[in-house]
Design a protein around this ligand. Structure first.
Ligand SMILES: C[S@@+](CC[C@H](N)C(=O)[O-])C[C@H]1O[C@@H](n2cnc3c(N)ncnc32)[C@H](O)[C@@H]1O
Length: 328
């Protein structure tokens, strides 16, 4: 045994770690302990269970138990490992961004279904590549939605806005990590305020941050035309009055700007839907994630004559989670 070994094997380290998390009432304590040990050892899960007798060095053991203590104190596992999987891709996460949630994958599914339907209606049956599509993700956070769409739609141009420059820095790094940074334009903006249309025959959009906002060459308000085919958003939707009911991992560690939409939670949707109505082409699609009780407040905002084809998708827990509609 080398000097640096801690007299702890993998099985014992894991057992001790998860016992500490269980005692601290950490949700999913076994998974958390496993993820932290894998992170420290730089191994995959299969390795963990195939090598229970392997010795853990004292450096690794010290680091593991430091992380266990931080987790027991409420820090999310993803802040300790710096990553979270979404849509089969690994994303960097920091305390500046919302940790991507599994229910947000329904936003991607609904968006892709709606785009495929448009293609079918237009008589095009080839595989959906997103060729020529202009897409915006509002409130991109880690960039998970924009990047998943960029991977699925290699022909699309994507704009991703966020009001938080710190979140945009993380999203940028994630886009580079997944080799899609040339197709996603990140933009610091309140909702869609920073999107300006360039007057051109193709009505392509160019995006500039409003605060950096020199007018684009040739921009002429007479010629501003709606240019987007798809707008997606998972906006902040928790009510401040619900804050006390949140898990401490969320309330004390995730960014307030990503969590709270106002006192009730659904306050941002009215502006978001009004702006989307201006920016979408006729037949363009809007896909929104909702909070657990958001549907009654948000669905009435998608009314005729501006919107058609309104539909709700439930998440795996049966909660109405995604609202989609088409610009008439
Ligand atoms: C619920 S998080 C969603 C992050 C990411 N899209 C996801 O699904 O994991 C909401 C994001 O919207 C951003 N945000 C909050 N208010 C905004 C606003 N008025 N305009 C643009 N982005 C905003 C926050 O900074 C945060 O990154």
């Amino acid at each position: 045994m080398s000097k640096s070994e801690s007299h702890l094997d993998v099985r014992t380290a894991l057992k001790q770690g998860l016992a500490q998390l269980r005692e601290a009432h950490v949700p999913s304590f076994t998974l958390s302990a496993e993820l932290l040990l894998l992170h420290v050892l730089g191994r995959g899960r299969t390795w963990l269970y195939a090598h229970p007798e392997e010795q853990v060095s004292s450096t690794d053991a010290d680091l593991f138990f430091t992380l266990i203590a931080r987790r027991a104190n409420g820090e999310p596992t993803q802040h300790l490992t710096g990553k979270q999987e979404f849509w089969g891709l690994e994303f960097e996460v920091t305390p500046d961004v919302l940790i991507p949630r599994p229910e947000t994958e329904h936003v991607i599914e609904v968006a892709l279904d709606r785009l495929a339907l448009r293609e079918l209606r237009a008589g095009r049956k080839q595989t959906l590549t997103g060729e020529g599509l202009q897409i915006v993700d509002i409130g991109t956070g880690s960039g998970c939605i924009a990047i998943a769409l960029a991977k699925e739609l290699p022909g699309a141009t994507i704009y991703a806005t966020d009001i938080s420059p710190a979140a945009l820095a993380v999203a940028n790094r994630n886009a580079t990590r997944h080799s899609v940074s040339d197709r996603i334009h990140f933009l610091e903006s309140n909702l869609l305020d920073g999107l300006i249309y360039r007057a051109s025959a193709s009505a392509d959009i160019s995006a500039v941050a409003a605060q950096h906002g020199a007018p684009l060459p040739g921009k002429d308000s007479q010629h501003q035309a709606p240019g987007l085919h798809l707008i997606v958003s998972n906006p902040p939707y928790i009510g401040r009055r619900e804050a006390e009911m949140l898990m401490r991992e969320v309330r004390d560690h995730e960014p307030e700007i990503a969590l709270y939409g106002g006192e009730e939670g659904y306050e941002l949707y009215a502006d978001l839907i009004a702006q989307s109505s201006t920016h979408l082409k006729p037949g363009g699609v809007l896909v929104l994630e909702l909070g657990h009780n958001g549907l009654p407040a948000v669905q009435p905002l998608l009314d005729a004559p501006d919107w058609t084809g309104v539909a709700v998708t439930n998440d795996l827990a049966g909660i109405p989670r995604v609202l989609a509609a088409e610009r008439s």
